[in-house]
Design a protein around this ligand. Structure first.
Ligand code: SF4
Ligand code: SF4
Length: 228
């Protein structure tokens, strides 16, 4: 994936996987009963410290009053959340899931066609960096410890493995920005490295390329298949 610097494979029972697998009813129920509004999630939020009006503790507060997971979250304080997970995986002393609360709030607000541009929080003012931002940065060594990844923090020896897949699926969304519309058609011959999905004009994104040479199989908005 273009947005990935590396891959760590964790067992199913690792705390990160258990937390990642929490469903909305579960993190809502736990959050409603446990969040004490300490606001650590907001105080550590990198977006908040950059001056954006992201306040996950307020999104959690909406959860307290929303009446349950079947109710929509209408807090606009999660709209500029970049889903980095620092609040959920590092900042919250109760091990709650403010990140998922922000993600849910964004999704619920999308149904109401509310984004940041047309939200009441959009004052039009440029963000002002928080004066203590430099003192709230999280040291990577502490983060690794908190995430329970110490035993995985080792040099990975280079393994020179030759991999020759007979078919691949190239995802059209592997990057920050809009997904790429496919730039090839079924049956077309493509060479390794050729562009198979391109960014629409005036949009932010990154083209995606063929990882093998072959013939284009299925093409849809999610992926392009190439058969060697
Ligand atoms: S850090 Fe945790 S307990 Fe504190 S306000 Fe945020 S979600 Fe609630
Ligand atoms: S997941 Fe969102 S709310 Fe939480 S720290 Fe990251 S940007 Fe802030």
């Amino acid at each position: 994936m273009k947005a990935s610097g590396g891959i760590v494979v964790l067992p199913r029972n690792h705390p990160l996987i258990v937390k990642k697998a929490q469903s909305r009813p579960v993190f809502t129920r736990v959050g409603r009963s446990t969040c004490d509004q300490c606001s650590f999630c907001t105080e550590f939020c990198p977006r908040y410290l950059l001056g954006h009006n992201v306040q996950p503790h307020r999104v959690m507060r909406t959860m307290l009053f929303s009446g349950g997971p079947e109710h929509k979250l209408h807090s606009q304080y999660g709209l500029l959340c970049c889903e980095c997970s620092l609040c959920s995986l590092y900042a919250c002393p109760e091990n709650l899931n403010p990140r998922e609360a922000c993600v849910s709030a964004k999704s619920d607000l999308r149904e109401l066609k509310t984004g940041f541009k047309n939200s009441s929080l959009n004052t039009g003012r440029a963000p002002q960096v928080h004066p203590v931002r430099d003192f709230r940065k999280v040291p990577v060594s502490k983060l690794i410890k908190r995430l329970g990844l110490e035993e995985y923090n080792k040099d990975a020896p280079w393994a020179d493995i030759s991999c020759k897949p007979s078919r691949v699926k190239i995802l059209m969304s592997q990057h920050i920005g809009v997904p790429c519309p496919p730039a090839v058609k079924e049956g077309q011959r493509v060479e390794k490295g050729a562009v198979v999905g391109d960014v629409p004009a005036e949009k932010l994104g990154c083209p995606v390329h063929a990882s093998i040479s072959g013939t284009v199989g299925k093409v849809n908005e999610k992926y392009v298949e190439i058969i060697a």
